[in-house]
Design a binder for this molecule. Structure first.
Ligand code: HEM
Length: 438
């Protein structure tokens, strides 16, 4: 391949993204009560790193449920924080388009290329393109696929749990959550198992904030590593083109709506599936251990009656909400409650806040295995972009807890978790625990 034909991303490394701008503000965000209402900015990634978002969203829901911020890199964006409003926005794709991106984005600038436009995944499209591409991979969550995968997921879960050290502190994030979700993702892609941690790495860097002490130093490094991902998948792509494989790479390489796309354009869909299938379930697995340690009475209840796993799964997905928000962009001037939204404004649907809305979920901060409406949670979104992997994620969580309860008296927290610096991925980087076998 010559340099001219090599896939590349046109990209200006000096671009500062909104998350970089907000990360620069630094740690130590004041309590919500000590800020002027107009100064609340729920997209500040430090709020999540420090686990301080709870009272910020509670105040917004109570006093300013449709809240405007404006920052240099992103321009105007609205935060929607009440359950009914989030559902209404998510359900109206004609007014609130996905086609300008799914996370808080750069202020449009015709003089500077935006690298993301070349690698748009179908989550960042509207019908009819979205409908056609979504169809290409829809069988990933088909009941027959889930039935086929269940024995393999169980076998791997058992192997990972049986290998855990006893009487010794270890990191649940790396040893269990990352290992299990990456193994499954490698299976879905039919990706070489020995290289599976590359999937973890690519997933981690997609939403990493460069230069903030996290996993990448610069935007340049981030783009270079993502290009390694493209090159790697290109090899798999070529091997499988024209074949009848049922893995995700074959589905995209041979799907009617995707087979003729240029290589670089596949990066978007690949990253969507890598992140979609990785960070989300991984952070919910970690959240499930952390959450039950925070509410030990609920842990006792689950241990006494493993039948409650079926209500625990939607409840823990609500409680964790591993993707805090999704973005839409207004296609016309409109109003939400009494606020005037202008065409082109970004609109952030904060699932994490909707899932703590006391008007819908009583005592919403608590994990409650008797909650009757946990399955109304919005962590998988709502409407035409509703998560394609929801059933798969629920299956993984169910099997994990069936096997955990079968072999461990307790998984005990040894220290508070370390958390991800991101307002989009709501997750953990470390959770030290010990296990006691039955
Ligand atoms: C879309 C959450 C697991 C694949 C989404 C959306 C959310 C979400 C919020 C966007 C909804 C919207 O814009 O309205 C989650 C959560 C998960 C999870 C909370 C786990 C607990 C997975 C898994 C996969 C996956 C395991 C794949 C193997 C996708 C795809 C989309 C999507 C492909 C795009 C759908 C579209 O645009 O039509 N997910 N996800 N997700 N998710 Fe998930």
């Amino acid at each position: 391949m010559t340099d001219d034909t090599k896939p590349r991303i046109d990209f200006d490394p000096s671009i500062r993204t909104p998350e970089m701008e907000m990360a620069e503000v630094g740690a130590g965000v004041p309590d919500a009560a000590d800020l002027k209402l107009t100064d609340l900015n729920p997209a500040n990634p430090h709020l999540f790193k420090e686990d301080r978002w709870h009272d910020h969203f509670a105040r917004l829901r109570a006093e300013d449920p449709v809240h405007l911020n404006e920052i240099e890199t992103a321009g105007r964006y609205w935060s929607i924080t009440k359950y009914d409003d989030v559902r209404a926005v998510d359900g109206d794709w004609q007014t609130f388009s996905s086609a300008q991106g799914m996370t808080l984005g750069l202020r449009p600038d015709p003089d500077r290329p935006n690298p993301l436009v070349q690698i748009t995944p179908f989550i960042a499209m509207d019908p009819p393109e979205h409908t056609a591409q979504r169809k290409t991979v829809r069988s990933v969550s088909a009941p027959s696929n889930l039935r086929n995968l269940e024995p393999l997921i169980r076998e791997r879960t058992v192997a990972v749990l049986d290998s855990l050290p006893e009487g010794e502190t270890f990191d649940w994030v790396d040893t269990v959550s990352i290992e299990l979700t990456t193994l499954l993702l490698a299976t879905l892609f039919d990706f070489p198992l020995e290289d599976r941690r590359k999937l973890t790495r690519w997933s981690d860097i997609v939403f990493a904030v460069p230069g903030s002490g996290g996993v990448v130093e610069t935007q340049q490094q981030k783009i270079e590593e993502l290009m390694e991902c493209v090159t790697y998948f290109e090899g798999l792509w070529e091997e499988r083109r024209g074949g009848d494989g049922t893995d995700l790479v074959s589905m995209l390489a041979n799907g009617e709506a995707t087979k003729d796309m240029p290589t670089i354009s596949h990066l978007g869909n690949l990253l969507l599936l890598i992140v979609g299938g990785n960070d989300t379930t991984r952070n919910t697995m970690t959240g499930s251990v952390y959450g039950l340690n925070k509410y030990p009475d609920q842990y006792d209840k689950l241990t006494a009656d493993p039948g409650l796993i079926s209500t625990f799964v939607p409840e823990i997905i609500r409680w964790q909400t591993p993707l805090s928000y999704m973005r839409r962009t207004a296609t016309k001037d409109c109003t939400i409650r009494d606020k005037q939204i202008l065409e082109g404004d970004q609109v952030l649907m904060w699932y994490i806040s909707a899932n703590r809305d006391e008007d819908v979920f009583v005592d919403a901060e608590r994990i409650d295995l008797d909650r009757s409406n946990a399955d109304r949670q919005l962590a998988f979104g709502y409407g035409i972009h509703f998560c394609m992997g929801s059933r798969l994620a629920e299956l993984q969580l169910r099997i994990l807890w069936e096997e955990v309860l079968a072999r461990f008296e307790r998984i005990e927290l040894q220290a508070e978790p370390e958390r991800t610096l991101s307002s989009f991925v709501h997750g953990y980087t470390k959770l030290p625990v010990t296990v006691t076998r039955r």
